[in-house]
Write a protein that binds this ligand. Sequence first.
Ligand code: HEC
Length: 230
Amino acid sequence: MFHWLEKHPFFFAVGVFVAIAFAGLVEIVPNFAEASRPVIGTTPYSTLELAGRQVYIKNSCNACHSQLIRPFKSETDRYGHYSLSGEYAYDRPFLWGSKRTGPDLMRVGNYRTTDWHENHMKDPAAIVPGSIMPAYKWLFTNEADIDTAFAEQLTVSQFFSVPYNKPVPMKDGSNKIVEMAGSVAEAHAMALEEAQVVVADMKDQDVKDAVASGKIPEIVALIAYLNSLK
Ligand code: HEC
């Protein structure tokens, strides 16, 4: 049936290309689908963490920090396990970054603490001598935008079927449920509850007072986000 092909080098070449391309797709596509499935233990962001993520984007932290650990010994020794694509399942947009003026932050929640971040954000050079990272003093007074974070959950996360209010499998075999509020007022209440936990480890009296009076400064949301990076 395909005898004539052998006498037409051009069509033969096209046929070979099609056959190899198809075989390639059959191998590659399922792997992509598998790799982009959420890794066990990857949970959706809470409203407060999402608000912190927006602070991170707004202040262009990703201009100096990557969130992508490459599979090299020098990197895994320093930062931990190399990044897997399924770990970004709930990251929109991705914050891989393309430049490391500062260290990678993909797993910074494993080795830095709330009070460390608090001191460092206020005056990086006081904590890490010679640091060229700018101080982010305004984060201590600006209020975090919980409304927008909640709107993001309602629109983007819903569109991409992020599993809020559903059991998500964890590494130890248990399940975790990350709740999403049903109303703006509830979203604020839930974010505030989470903020109180973060602020318990902080020293800045103005920030503590703000949270006590129901306001959430940006630094609290940002630290909640940084602590979630594991
Ligand atoms: C101009 C570049 C620059 C920008 C912008 C920047 N950083 Fe940094 N960052 C650095 C440098 C350089 C270091 C390493 C020295 C140090 O620890 O201060 C660093 C260190 C850090 C560390 C410590 C990481 C570790 O493993 O020790 C954290 C956390 C961090 N930055 C968070 C942030 C956040 C959050 C923002 C945005 C609000 C930000 N950075 C913006 C340059 C930057």
